[in-house]
Design a binder for this molecule. Structure first.
Ligand code: 0PR
Length: 394
């Protein structure tokens, strides 16, 4: 640390210089997170000093966290019931869900010395962290031809060691929605916790269904679903870090509870102790301001832009790796990694898969407009031609 500080203007300039190196949103096609809603940003700044780890001080902010949990339970088919917490994102939400599943099995007396969780081969990599931390063993079920977790196979893989099954509503690689409505019935009644990771799809599917898209029911309206991860900092347009873990059971969010040292301070139900109230405030601001209509309209636009992107790619002769269910488009492409690197050198960010052969993955969210797609497609073709010419010379 420097001995004497620098003036504020200098600090601002230095930070601005580094941040100018961040890629502007209108060149970003790989991110599920997006430019947050301006009202959320404004209210998060106003709440920058708040800490939900100390609810004696931040009583009002805590009240807002509780309101957000109620709003999310209402959105996800469980109005007036359930429990939950706002957390730092999908990883922490999935961690708490698996911890509660394990502790529920312990309380029931069904926890064995080798607890297992049935997951699909496309479950998010956050579970790799979670299973390592919690000493859980994944039982990996290969996805079917539609890249979904097959319910019949789930039923077959549940055994004496199983504490949980994880379904995904909006996979990060393809935006695939598992048939939670088929998985719920096969898990129900087997003393196994069913968790739905809707980190990505939670703020898309309810509105897309309202708009008439053919997507399965994935939330608490499906019997057997015990918990859901949903991330306001993805398609909910809130500031990072805003995730949420929701439970059907009114007591379940309290099953992970650690007491503090101090009198009159409630237990902590989240992994983080000191944690930003700004995330709760930002989420509340956006949910209240947009309402269902606002989210439906955003969702409609996201699907229109997705269709425009798909049409443009097909017109250029490309083949999709899968028919997109949500707003993630995966296109087959020879030399994908080299193309992505060239695009990045030109300022555009896309992703390429480590697992699904030569493919480019493009994510449509709030900042991705038709105009941006129209700018991108010719650049992609130029990159493709240059890389093909490069390859022909080798
Ligand atoms: N579950 C699902 C289905 C997700 O898509 C994600 C994040 C998580 C859980 C974890 O959420 P947090 O990151 O909030 O803890 N999906 C992003 C993705 O896979 C994460 C990400 C972002 C990964 C940028 C890589 C990257 O470069 O796209």
């Amino acid at each position: 640390m420097r001995t004497s500080g620098v003036p504020e203007t200098d600090v601002r300039r230095r930070i601005a210089t580094d941040m100018a190196d961040d890629v502007p949103w209108n060149r970003v096609l790989n991110s599920i997170c997006t430019e947050p809603h301006p009202l959320g940003v404004e209210m998060a700044a106003a709440a920058a000093h708040t800490n939900l780890g100390d609810v004696r001080i931040f009583r009002g902010t805590k009240r807002i966290e509780r309101k957000v949990v109620q709003l999310l339970l209402d959105l996800l088919g469980h109005p007036g019931g359930g429990s939950g917490s706002l957390v730092s994102g999908g990883t922490e939400a999935n961690l708490i869900a698996m911890l509660v599943a394990r502790e529920t099995a312990r309380a029931r007396g069904t926890l064995t010395d080798r607890p297992e969780v049935v997951v699909s081969s496309t479950v998010h990599f956050s579970f790799t962290k979670v299973f390592g931390l919690l000493g859980l063993t994944p039982v990996v079920v290969p996805v079917d031809d539609d890249l979904r977790l097959p319910a019949a196979e789930v039923a077959r893989r549940i055994g004496e060691h199983t504490v949980a099954v994880v379904a995904t509503a909006g996979s990060s690689e393809f935006g695939v929605v598992d048939a939670v409505d088929e998985i719920g019935p096969v898990v129900r009644g087997r003393n196994v916790h069913l968790h739905v990771d809707a980190a990505t799809g939670g703020f898309i599917i309810p509105f897309a269904r309202e708009l008439g898209h053919d997507l399965p029911q994935f939330d608490f309206s499906v019997d057997g679903v015990d918990s859901i991860t949903i991330d306001p900092h993805k398609y909910g347009l809130a500031n990072v870090p805003a995730g949420a873990i929701l439970f059907r059971g009114a007591q379940d969010a309290g099953r992970f509870a650690v007491d503090s040292f101090f009198v009159d301070t409630p237990v902590h139900n989240t992994l983080l102790g000191t944690r930003p109230g700004s995330a709760a405030i930002s989420t509340y601001a956006v949910l209240e301001h947009l309402g269902r209509d606002g989210f439906c309209s955003l969702t409609r636009t996201n699907f229109e832009v997705t269709a425009h992107l798909v049409a443009g790619l097909r017109a250029a002769g490309h083949e999709l790796a899968a028919e997109p269910q949500l707003n993630i488009v995966v296109v087959k492409m020879e030399h994908a990694v080299r193309i992505s690197q060239l695009l990045e050198s030109w300022g555009w960010i896309v992703s390429t898969s480590k697992r699904f052969g030569e493919t480019l993955r493009l994510v449509v969210t709030r900042h991705v407009t038709r105009e941006m797609v129209d700018e991108f497609l010719p650049v992609l073709e130029r990159a493709r031609r240059e890389v093909a010419a490069e390859a022909a010379l080798r």
